[in-house]
Write a protein that binds this ligand. Structure first.
Ligand code: AMP
Ligand code: MG
Length: 268
């Protein structure tokens, strides 16, 4: 299943060819999907516990999407019940003046996971080839070399023991309209809506173009991108959970051996 949505290194991507409403694995059977989601969630909890106990691997999960693409919902659902001691979320907003005074990776590197940890990037260094490109915050001569920097930065992390998974939550433009409307109509959701979201929506095609080139330029065998159909939230969650679970299973992690011989010790 991971293969279905993985962007092969050096391949061409056509986002218009990837259906945001795809639910191929369950073929519309949402009930079966929910059962699978619950099973995957338990599995992830168990795997994260071993990751933490073993303290050997580092796991970095990158989430990118258009506004209302479901990044927050993914974090809430996929990681529901996972021990917060071993998981961090780093959210990257518009840079501060201090951050802008440095190179764009300066603010990112300190948030990468340490041994035994799992870190979720809610937006990431990829904004520096997405919004920064689309809105012309820097000229092409500045953002284009960033594909290479990013490949090399992620190679550094991978060489030093980080497992990297990157998810582009692929929603359709009508779905974004519905979600924006829901945010406006429900008082408790309104805080999520910024007027600037509409400016970005007006640049939809430009963003899709920037995402396409990002996927083509930066999906590598050591840090692959997955394009996740994300109009159906339940399906999106299953796809992401499965890919994370299968990847963690592939690490063959185990609880560390106890110190010395503990057999027969009775605590009084
Ligand atoms: P949200 O994720 O909806 O809370 O919004 C965060 C905002 O920060 C988005 O509009 C992003 O485009 C913006 N943002 C994140 N990183 C950067 C960056 N490096 N440069 C400019 N804007 C950014
Ligand atoms: Mg937003």
């Amino acid at each position: 299943m991971p293969e279905r949505y993985r962007v092969a290194p050096d391949s061409k991507v056509d986002l218009a060819d990837i259906d945001p409403r795809d639910d191929a694995i369950f073929d519309g059977n949402k009930a079966a999907g929910k059962a699978e989601a619950a099973r995957l969630n338990e599995r992830l909890e168990a795997l994260q516990e071993v990751l933490y106990a073993e303290g050997k691997h580092k796991v970095l999960i990158v989430l990118q999407a258009m506004d209302a693409g479901g990044k927050d919902g993914t974090i809430r659902h996929v990681f529901d019940g996972v021990n917060p001691a071993g998981v961090r979320v780093a959210s990257f907003k518009a840079p501060t003046s201090d951050e802008l005074a440095h190179d764009y990776l300066w603010r990112v590197h300190p948030h990468t996971p340490g041994s035994g940890m799992m870190t979720i990037f809610n937006r990431s260094h990829y904004e520096d080839v997405l919004v920064v490109r689309v809105k012309n915050f820097v000229p092409e001569s500045r953002w284009r070399p960033r594909y290479r920097h990013i490949r090399e930065f992620e190679r550094l992390l991978a060489d030093e023991g980080t497992t990297i998974l990157k998810f582009f939550l692929h929603i359709s433009k009508p779905e974004q309209a519905e979600r924006f409307q829901a945010r406006l109509d429900r008082p408790e959701k309104r805080w999520k809506f910024r007027k600037g979201d509409l400016e970005d929506r007006a640049l939809w095609d430009e963003f899709q173009g920037a995402y396409t080139e990002m996927l083509e330029e930066t999906s590598t065998d050591y840090a692959p991108w997955y394009v996740v159909p994300a109009d159906r939230k339940w399906y999106r969650n299953i796809v992401i959970s499965r890919i994370i679970v299968e990847t963690l299973e592939g690490l063959n992690m185990k609880y560390p051996d106890p110190e010395g011989e503990l057999e027969g010790i009775v605590i009084e």
